[in-house]
Each structure stands twice: as C-alpha cells, then as structure tokens.
Design a protein around this ligand. Structure first.
Ligand SMILES: *[C@@H]1O[C@H](CO)[C@@H](O)[C@H](O)[C@H]1NC(C)=O
Ligand SMILES: *[C@@H]1O[C@H](CO)[C@@H](O)[C@H](O)[C@H]1NC(C)=O
Ligand SMILES: *[C@@H]1O[C@H](CO)[C@@H](O)[C@H](O)[C@H]1NC(C)=O
Ligand SMILES: *[C@@H]1O[C@H](CO)[C@@H](O)[C@H](O)[C@H]1NC(C)=O
Length: 259
C-alpha cells in the first residue's frame, strides 16, 4: 500500500471522503446519472405493415420460408440507404401460371423474393430520378438482377423484361423503408427469360452497409457540445467530487479542532 508512508492527515481526508461518498444519497446519484437512455424509436416491422394490408399472405409466407423477411429486418437496423419493397398481392400470385413457384428450387425462390427488394429507399417522387437499370437485392451467376423503373406524372411502372406492372398503393413510405403494393409478381429475366437459369448461382455478396458513426453536427460547434445535456452530467459529477473532498477537509478540520 502506498498510503502507509503518508502522514496521518492524508489518511484522514481519504477516510472522511470515503465516508461521505458511501452515504446512500450520493450513491444513488452516482448510479443513476450516467445511465440515462435516450428515447428509442418504435422498430420498423415489415410483417406488421403487410398484415395491415390483409392481401399479402402469400408474400409474407415466402418472406418467411426464404428467410428474406429476417434479412430485411436486420438490414433495416443497419441500412444507410434504406430499402424499397414491392409487395405482390395474393391475386398477383394466384394469377401466375400454374407451377411457376413450384418450378423454382429453393435458391431460386430466394432470388425471386429478393428481386422484390431494392437496396435503397425510393419515395414515389424519387423513383423519377432513379437511373435504369435499378439494382435489386437478387443476384445470380450473371450478376445483380435489375428492374427498370419508368415514371410519368402520378404513375410509376416497374418492368423486369418479362412483365411490367404499375406501382400502386403506398403501404409505407418513411425512410429507411418504402413498401409498395404491386398487382403482378415481378419475374426476373434471369430466371424466366429464354436462357436456362444458371446451375450454381453465386450467393449475394451484398454486405449491409453500416451508417457512418460520426454525425455531421457532432464536431460542428464546440459551444454546442458544452451546453448539450450529455456534457452537463460529467460537470455535475466533478462538482460532486469537489464537494465531497471539501466536506472531507471540513470534517478533518473539525476533528483537528476538537483534539
Ligand atoms: C412484428 O409484427 C408481427 C405481427 O404484428 C408480430 O407477430 C411480431 O412479433 C413483430 N415483430 C417484432 C420484432 O416486433
Ligand atoms: C433491430 O434493432 C432492435 C433495437 O435496436 C432490436 O431489438 C432487434 O432485435 C433488431 N432486429 C434485428 C433483426 O437485428
Ligand atoms: C405503365 O404501364 C401501363 C400498362 O401496364 C401503360 O399503359 C403506361 O403507359 C405505363 N406508364 C409508364 C409511365 O411507363
Ligand atoms: C431496361 O431498359 C434497357 C434499355 O431500354 C433494356 O436494355 C433492358 O433490357 C431493360 N431491363 C429490364 C430488366 O427491363
């Protein structure tokens, strides 16, 4: 112990300070002040959005069996660009030629569902500025599957090279997620075009982009940082410590005068 060679007053200060610090009031203050959680926004829930529409049961089932739903959910947590999802109605699936879905193997079904997911948030208006071809989340041995988006006033169409459908109802549109209803299942050219599908499609190499940690406001103005609430609590603690040390000295002074 390095305290032993110190003269008695130092030890007394330490003891008095320790005594004051361990009073319940100071303890609870020390415990509660640094652990102030900020408000957490309600997490986006794709299933809940589609459930409300009441006509996407097939799409929801496929999101689940292909596990694309899970992937989308975790991408939303980390997405910098956001996501856009085309949700085909149950009618759209019913209108497919018999055996269309069953003709796909498991990997192709995953690709079909990923084809309905764009790795960027597009509001209805920003579709106009999208440059074709627009990448989807699906890919195969020929690379990323894409769609073409065409728009005129109040109308946006999405085409695959196999079929084309207007983008109808907005089910949800608030960054990072846009969900649109479509009346047709989007059939990727790479799976349904004249060329037979590749035997061994490569897995999607799309790593979810992390948002940059640094917010532009963080280093803009030092004055702001000083007055921000997060900076106030360390100051509060410093004051608390000096106060405690002060009390300790005062206690020592009293003890000394009584002796
Ligand atoms: C999303 O919503 C569905 C249906 O409302 C619910 O069953 C599910 O637990 C929710 N998931 C999360 C992560 O909140
Ligand atoms: C997304 O984030 C929320 C809150 O941060 C968490 O509760 C949830 O488990 C996360 N979901 C996924 C799929 O990572
Ligand atoms: C969208 O497709 C419909 C037919 O499905 C067509 O009549 C319309 O002109 C198309 N609009 C655009 C902007 O391409
Ligand atoms: C998109 O449009 C380009 C140019 O018109 C065309 O060459 C391409 O095949 C189209 N792709 C799809 C997926 O429709």
């Amino acid at each position: 112990m390095e305290f032993s060679p110190f003269p008695l007053p130092y030890l007394a200060i330490s003891l008095a300070t320790l005594l004051i610090l361990t009073t319940p009031k100071l303890l609870t203050e020390a415990k509660t002040s640094p652990v102030a959680p900020g408000p957490t926004p309600a997490p986006l829930n794709l299933t809940a959005i589609l459930e409300k529409g009441n006509q996407y049961t097939t799409f929801m089932r496929l999101l689940k069996v292909t596990q694309v739903g899970q992937q989308v959910q975790s991408q939303l947590n980390n997405s910098y660009d956001g996501l856009t999802i085309f949700a085909p109605t149950d009618n759209a699936f019913n209108n497919l030629k018999a055996g269309t879905l069953n003709g796909l193997d498991a990997q192709e079904q995953v690709s079909l569902i990923l084809y309905h997911v764009l790795p960027r948030y597009y509001s209805f208006v920003t579709f106009e500025t999208a440059s074709n071809p627009v990448r989807t989340q699906a890919s195969g041995s020929n690379g990323v599957y894409s769609v073409n988006v065409t728009s005129s006033t109040n109308q946006v169409n999405v085409s695959t090279g196999i079929d084309e459908t207007p983008v109808q109802t907005v089910l949800y549109s608030d960054f990072p997620l846009a969900v649109y209803s479509v009346d047709k299942v989007l059939l990727p050219y790479d799976l349904f075009g004249p060329k037979p599908p590749a035997a061994a499609p490569e897995p999607a190499d799309e790593a979810p982009k992390k948002p940059t940690k640094k917010s532009p406001a963080a280093d803009s103005s030092p004055a702001e940082a000083v007055t921000s609430p997060s900076a106030a609590s360390p100051n509060g603690r410093t004051v608390g410590w000096s106060f405690a040390v002060g009390l300790g000295l005062f206690g020592l002074f009293c003890m000394g005068s009584r002796l």
